[in-house]
Design a protein. Structure first.
Ligand SMILES: Nc1ncnc2c1ncn2[C@@H]1O[C@H](COP(=O)(O)OP(=O)(O)OP(=O)(O)O)[C@@H](O)[C@H]1O
Ligand SMILES: [Mg+2]
Length: 364
């Protein structure tokens, strides 16, 4: 190699090292030939460790990346994924967007693959702020402020009722009244806590979660609670759905709210169906292929359905048609789903029934 060529090589290496995005170059055999500092930073894999090793070994835990790279190598297509990839570095998770493109010679011959990674942590945080602002309208924010104000006097009422209870003889009828006060205070407290929870951001405790187990447990629990009613539960789970990366407690709360709503909708007799399926649709966009793989969970009931004019208000905090409802159930569901970067939708046929569908990204 002559001096000029060497110089050029160094020049290009400097260019790639200076790029803010992570760049990983693979040869035709899938060996890493280059990894720039930004890619080292994003993936937590050092250049020393990666250079001349098979990409599939180094990133064996990152199924989506492996699939993208092998598909690009096989087809010569550029594939992008902006949604589904969360890299598991030791200790924490980094959401990234990735684009795999073929490395082409002027002749058109494919000699490798270029993978470009971008850290989306800041983007996600920004999105979260925007979502947060959206989620609670001005009214909601006001209510959340008010909730704080309610907590203090509520504490006072509770304390006073407890003192009063102590002063009243145990067999006195008056005890029934203090008991009502205390019970109702607890109820208001719970509503206020839920509202505060709805208004405040939180960190998700992400771990692999078996959705089928959660759904199965909720169904068993509900069957026990409503043993006296004639409600039949039907479950149809797609066994190919792997554990997904999610917050288990929030997933439980999400599906419990939906299944409870279904139970409340059917009344004394009815049928509730819980179905899971994988959605893998590949659609072409101008920028290349953008994949969205989601898992869909449907909770259907054959209750009275929801009026068209009510559909729009369903997810608004405090919208309820139930005497004892808070109207926070679905607002909470919506929050949980968006926090997991999923979607929730409702289809309802008045007179026939209702189906809520939750779609969650299939991140493992
Ligand atoms: N499966 C369903 N069938 C018919 N209507 C429903 C169904 N799920 C929800 N709704 C309607 O949406 C409203 C809001 O539901 P949401 O879960 O937010 O609050 P809630 O159930 O009324 O109160 P809470 O969840 O606090 O007990 C309900 O009052 C009901 O009118
Ligand atoms: Mg509810």
């Amino acid at each position: 190699m002559n001096g000029g060529e060497n110089h050029l090589k160094e020049y290009y290496a400097n260019v790639i090292d200076s790029v803010g995005d992570g760049v990983i170059v693979l040869d035709k055999q899938g060996m890493v030939t280059l990894i720039n500092p930004a890619a080292e930073e994003i993936t937590g894999v050092s250049r020393r460790h990666a250079q001349s090793a098979p990409f599939s070994d180094i990133f064996k835990g990152e199924a989506i990346l492996l699939e993208m790279v092998s598909k690009t190598a096989a087809t010569g297509m550029t594939i992008s994924d902006y949604e589904n990839i969360v890299l598991k570095k030791t200790g924490h998770l980094t959401p990234v967007s990735a684009t795999a493109s073929p490395l082409l010679l002027a002749s058109g011959e494919i000699i490798g693959t270029i993978l470009v990674l971008r850290d989306l942590t800041n983007v996600r945080e920004l999105e979260e702020t925007v979502r947060q602002a959206d989620r609670l309208s001005t009214v909601g924010t006001l209510a959340a402020g008010l909730a704080h104000e309610i907590k203090n006097p509520l504490g006072g009422i509770k304390g006073a009722a407890q003192l009063l209870e102590r002063e009243i003889r145990e067999d006195s009828e008056l005890r029934d009244y203090t008991r009502v006060v205390l019970k109702e205070v607890e109820r208001v407290n719970k509503i206020v806590d839920e509202l505060l929870d709805l208004a405040s951001p939180r960190k998700l405790a992400l771990a692999p979660v078996n959705l089928h187990k959660i759904l199965g447990d909720i169904i068993i629990l509900q069957k026990g609670v409503f043993a006296d009613k004639r409600i039949t539960f039907q479950q149809k789970f797609d066994p190919s759905i792997p554990p997904i990366l999610a917050d288990e407690a929030l997933m439980t709360q999400l599906f419990l709210n939906l299944i409870k709503n279904a139970v409340e909708a059917v009344g004394e007799t009815g049928q509730i169906k819980v179905v899971s399926r994988v959605w893998s649709d590949y659609s072409m966009t101008q920028k290349g292929e953008r994949r969205s793989r989601m898992v869909a969970i449907e909770v259907s009931d054959d209750g009275p359905g929801i009026k068209k004019e009510e559909l729009e208000q369903l997810f608004t905090p405090f919208f309820t048609t139930k005497a004892k409802g808070t109207g926070l159930g679905l607002a909470i569901c919506q929050k949980i789903v968006t926090e997991h970067r999923g979607m929730i939708k409702v289809d309802s046929d008045p007179g026939k029934g209702t189906t809520f569908t939750v779609m969650l990204p299939l991140i493992q």
